[in-house]
Design a protein around this ligand. Structure first.
Ligand code: SF4
Ligand code: SF4
Length: 109
């Protein structure tokens, strides 16, 4: 009996797995992050809980800065914000303003 194995040294027969984008995976969904500045008290809770690094606080003003390209849409920030000041929506879907607490004006995107 002859051994037809092409790798007599024991090297693997298969090449390394293909990269995810080459493996036919669908493109990642995109999300819009809206911070209602008038409601945000810049407490940093959303920044601390964002697992994707999509939020950061401005060095001096503590304003919440967003990087939508990193957002996975997990909504941890939205659920944890005590002031309902941050809203996540799929890209292309207009965010509905949360019910305004008395005396608070609508913020800007
Ligand atoms: S958790 Fe809410 S109030 Fe606090 S910084 Fe984030 S958006 Fe602003
Ligand atoms: S939805 Fe998740 S990933 Fe996107 S900004 Fe909020 S906490 Fe970060």
């Amino acid at each position: 009996m002859t051994d037809s194995h092409p790798h007599p040294t024991g090297a693997p027969d298969q090449a390394a797995p293909a990269a995810p984008e080459a493996a036919g995976k669908p493109p990642r969904r995109k999300f819009n992050i809206t911070v209602y500045e008038a409601w945000c008290k810049r407490c940093g809770i959303c920044v601390a809980f964002c697992p994707a690094g999509a939020l950061r606080a401005h060095e001096t003003t503590q304003q919440v800065l967003t990087n939508q390209a990193k957002c996975t849409g997990c909504r941890q920030c939205e659920w944890r914000c005590p002031d309902f000041a941050i809203v996540i929506r799929p890209a292309g879907q207009k965010p509905a303003a949360p019910a305004a607490p008395a005396g608070k004006a609508e913020g800007k995107e």
